[in-house]
Design a protein around this ligand. Structure first.
Ligand code: UDP
Ligand code: MG
Length: 328
């Protein structure tokens, strides 16, 4: 069934991106116009920037863009909350006004031309379209290896993620309304959307180098994201520890029998080295176990607080649903 031209909102998180925005914003605008001309989307479509508490001139740039062209809109978070929360803030705002959203980073790394195919897939009946990197040539060897092990580890640990898909995806407003019922504060969007269900597909694209500025994801943050992704989506690590604990207990049992037998056979020597090894090993395993369980306790703690996942402090337009909002 052919749907009417959907209203598309492109949602773009921005944190300290003054170097990139003036270059990429016109590209997004051109893409919206292009899609409108192809009659794939409605001319009510918009580009929504989410300022994630930037410390540079990003918000001023967004404000002036919104004055220059009615396609551009902006919302500002009250402070920096991180990429995932910024995307969520944008998506939740957009779902009130549009039929479909496409989230994309503002640094020009993801090929905007994949949007045509995403919208076509939506018109063909898909509610979720994942943008998937077909190649990683532009990444360094190190980034490629770490990223690929990241996806493998995630899947091994029971978090269903689409391989090589980051946060470039089309999500319909229908899916977003269902997604709104997922109230968790530990966000890992790329793992959460597959849980919502609905008909989905992937669109492949090539990833470019960042146009300007610097990545906000150094290795330490990547590791943090991987750890958060696993522990907020799956309890398999706890299972693994339990399994490992059983194994160690079994080995210890054999060890106890062996040591008693050795005592009675009179061959028990003062085995200092083996003693130290066993002590260190068990100590290490126990600390690791406590650490992993602690991760989950910490997550539970944050979840029980039910803190807001984002707070919007300003918008570039007068929103009738939200008369108290400050207009930036
Ligand atoms: N970003 C954000 N809040 C943050 C960090 C990043 O909104 O605290 C945005 C950033 O402006 C960009 C996107 O998230 O649009 C992805 O960040 P980046 O390009 O630095 O990550 P990478 O592509 O290197 O993984
Ligand atoms: Mg980037």
């Amino acid at each position: 069934m052919e749907k009417k031209q959907p209203v598309l909102w492109i949602v773009i998180p921005c944190y300290n991106e003054e170097a990139v925005l003036p270059i990429t914003a016109p590209m997004f605008l051109e893409k919206i116009r292009d899609l409108e001309e192809q009659a794939l989307i409605s001319d009510e479509s918009r580009v929504l920037f989410v300022n994630d508490g930037s410390r540079d001139r990003t918000w001023e740039i967004i404000q002036s863009l919104s004055r220059e062209d009615p396609h551009f809109l902006g919302i500002a978070q009250s402070r920096n909350r991180g990429h995932q929360n910024a995307v969520l803030a944008g998506l939740m705002e957009a779902k009130e006004h549009c039929d479909i959203t496409i989230s994309i980073d503002c640094d020009g790394q993801d090929d905007i031309n994949a949007m045509d195919e995403m919208v076509r897939q939506y018109l063909d009946g898909c509610e979720l379209v994942y943008g998937v990197r077909s190649r990683r040539d532009t990444d360094t060897w190190f980034k490629r290896v770490t990223a690929e092990s990241f996806y493998k580890l995630m899947n091994d640990m029971g978090t269903e993620v689409v391989y090589n898909h980051a946060d470039y995806r089309l999500v319909s407003a229908k899916v977003l309304r269902a997604f709104d019922n997922y109230r968790e504060v530990n966000l890992f969007l790329r793992g959460m959307f597959p849980l919502v269900g609905f008909k989905s597909t992937s669109v492949f694209y090539e990833r470019h180098e960042r146009i300007a500025g610097e990545s906000h994801y150094p290795l330490s943050k990547m590791l943090g994201l991987a750890l958060d992704g696993i522990t907020s989506m799956s309890t398999r690590p706890i299972r693994l520890i339990t399994g490992f604990g059983c194994l160690v207990a079994l080995i210890s049992f054999v060890g106890v029998i062996w040591s008693i037998a050795a005592h009675f056979m009179g061959v028990a020597v003062t085995g200092w080295s083996s003693m130290v090894c066993i002590l260190c090993f068990l100590g290490g395993i126990q600390l690791l176990g406590i650490g992993v369980i602690g991760e989950y306790v910490g997550k539970t703690y944050m979840e029980t607080k039910h803190r807001p996942r984002f707070i919007i402090s300003e918008k570039t337009w007068q929103d009738e649903n939200d008369p108290e909002m400050r207009i930036g």
